[in-house]
Design a binder for this molecule. Structure first.
Ligand SMILES: Nc1nc2c(ncn2[C@@H]2O[C@H](COP(=O)(O)OP(=O)(O)OP(=O)(O)O)[C@@H](O)[C@H]2O)c(=O)[nH]1
Length: 538
């Protein structure tokens, strides 16, 4: 059964198209895995990188602004005088809680030309209170951790203004500039530092400017990966390490990136995959439907037609005809059906010819022994069943060997043919079946004829042949062709079968020959040979 299922065209097409569908889906999945998804990821990384670039630029801008501010203060005659103790009210006049809050930075440290702290002013990061002192103690103690790193930076070329990121003691951007006169003439009388903490306020300001989520962190200086991407529930945590003024650590600038685009593209791709699969299924179903309607149904109709013809031995004249729908199709199946029908007709014709050849004699066209035997068996059965009379006769041309010997075999053939025609003309109108059952021997079935009628008929036949006056100059019987006929009739409860009936006719023929030929003899089992009824032509 499973083999039958696979051997049907429908199953094969289903398997083949299913295989194609699977291959196509597999190919799409491979394209998705190795081409589409990597491209989406690359695009996403590029977007994340652009986002980090923006943050980096925004940070640099803030550093530049702080540097501009520090440069503004450091190249000012008042400041110049202040670090030389020539302007005692400088701090009182210029620094205030409001000023720091408004400017956004948290600490200002003035160093004199000996690189010693001259003044500190700013907001305590813990309490937010303003303090202004000449040393980092008492109310300015909170500023003490900044002094050493700032002093350390003075050792590295402090001659120009600069702005750096510091990670210690807290994350901050710090800008510095040498203290010069307003016209920027020297010599420098010290350095001014401004510190802006990278606190929540700074973060919020960056986020407001860039529209991006920002995180700041400290990373060890030996961290090897400059950028990292961590995916957490549809959000990418991207980090980029930036150098700080302190060798032992770096600033880790981070942003959060929503993977909406990636997810949308991925979902679109999955939809495309599903739609492709669905469409291909639809195509397969349509192909199978068309196959069913255009190929399988007509083929089944052709098979049905052949099966219906079987009981009629594929005979188109007896069985059903090919349907108009099949015959009138213009496609290959129509051609197949028409060709099939034509083949059947040819075969039928051949079968008729073979049947004719197998039941008829080629020379005379008369039925042959096979045909005669079959007919005789039927006739004997019918006579037995119906008790109606039945006779047979066996006819042999007299001295035909002499005819052949003298006129030649071809003339003999011609003679056989003409005698056969004569017998046919004589027998057919009377419903008598005459057959060539031997070389120059013929047999006939006389249905429903009792012995006397059969003898009369045989005699008439004998006369007809004699009347042909077919020359046979070498016959010892007559100058023309003559025949001898043995007649036998079916006798109820006595005649065993067809063979026995023909043996009786043969016996009568034998007697006719012995009696001098050119005569008819009826078989009579009660009579000795010499006493058999003899009917001569004369
Ligand atoms: N030309 C021809 N001769 C045939 C054919 N079939 C048989 N014969 C010949 O018919 C002859 C029959 O000869 P025999 O059986 O000796 O009998 P006969 O010469 O007819 O003599 P009786 O039958 O005794 O009168 C043979 O010579 C066969 O060759 C045939 O198809 N064509």
């Amino acid at each position: 059964m499973p083999l039958m299922l696979i051997s049907s065209l429908r199953s094969r097409f289903l398997l083949a198209l299913g295989g194609v569908l699977l291959m196509a889906l597999l190919a799409l999945m491979m394209i998705g895995k190795w081409i589409v998804l990597p491209a989406l990821l690359a695009e996403e990384r590029s977007l994340v990188s652009q986002q980090l670039d923006r943050l980096e630029r925004s940070l640099a801008l803030n550093q530049e602004q702080l540097l501009a501010q520090v440069r503004d203060w450091a190249t000012w005659d008042d400041t110049y005088e202040f670090v030389q103790d020539a302007y005692p009210r400088y701090a009182e006049v210029n620094f205030s809680q409001n000023m720091f809050e408004e400017m956004g930075y948290h600490l200002m440290v003035f160093f004199d030309s000996d690189k010693e702290v001259h003044w500190i002013a700013g907001l305590d990061p813990q309490s937010g209170r303003y303090a202004s002192c000449s040393e980092a103690d008492d109310s300015c103690r909170w500023a003490a951790p900044y002094i050493r790193p700032l002093q350390a930076s003075l050792a590295n070329d402090p001659s120009e203004g600069r702005s750096d990121v510091y990670t210690q003691p807290s994350l901050a951007i710090i800008a510095s500039n040498p203290i010069l006169r307003t016209d920027e003439s020297g010599p420098a009388q010290g350095w001014l530092f401004k510190v802006r903490h990278m606190d929540d306020e700074f973060t919020n300001m960056m986020e407001a400017h860039t529209g991006l989520a920002v995180t700041f962190d400290t990373a060890a200086a030996d961290t090897e990966i400059p950028s990292s991407y961590t995916i957490d529930e549809g959000i990418i945590l991207a980090r980029r390490l930036l150098p700080s003024a302190q060798d032992h650590s770096m600033l880790s600038l981070g942003t959060l990136f929503d993977r909406d685009n990636y997810r949308a593209s991925f979902t679109t791709f999955v939809y495309a995959l599903l739609w492709t699969g669905g469409l291909m299924l639809l195509v397969i179903a349509t192909v199978l439907l068309l196959l069913e309607r255009m190929v399988l149904q007509p083929l089944r109709a052709l098979t049905r037609f052949t099966k219906q013809l079987e009981p009629y031995q594929l005979n188109l004249h007896l069985g059903p005809r090919l349907s108009h729908r099949l015959r009138n199709r213009n496609d290959e199946i129509g051609s197949l059906a028409r060709e099939f029908e034509a083949q059947l007709l040819r075969q039928e014709q051949l079968t008729d010819e073979l049947r004719e050849l197998s039941t008829h004699d080629a020379l005379t066209g008369l039925p042959n022994r096979r045909f005669f035997d079959a007919k005789l068996n039927e006739a004997v059965d019918a006579a037995r069943d119906t008790s109606r009379p039945l006779s047979v006769m066996m006819l042999d041309i007299d001295h035909f060997k002499l005819f052949n010997d003298h006129y030649g075999h071809p003339r003999g053939d011609l003679c056989l043919k003409e005698v056969a025609d004569c017998m046919k003309h004589h027998c057919e109108p009377h419903g008598v079946t005459i057959a060539r059952t031997g070389g120059e021997e013929f047999s006939a079935i006389l249905l429903h004829q009792p012995a006397q009628d059969a003898i009369r008929f045989a005699q008439e036949l004998c006369n007809s042949i004699a009347e042909m006056a077919y020359p046979h100059d070498f016959s010892p019987v007559a100058s023309h062709l003559t025949v001898s006929i043995g007649v036998a009739s079916y006798i109820h409860n006595e005649t065993r079968d067809a063979s026995a009936l023909m043996s009786a006719a043969d016996e009568a023929l034998y007697q006719a020959k012995n009696a001098g030929r050119n005569r008819v003899m009826l078989y009579d089992k009660t009579q000795p040979i010499n006493a058999a009824s003899v009917y001569t032509h004369e």
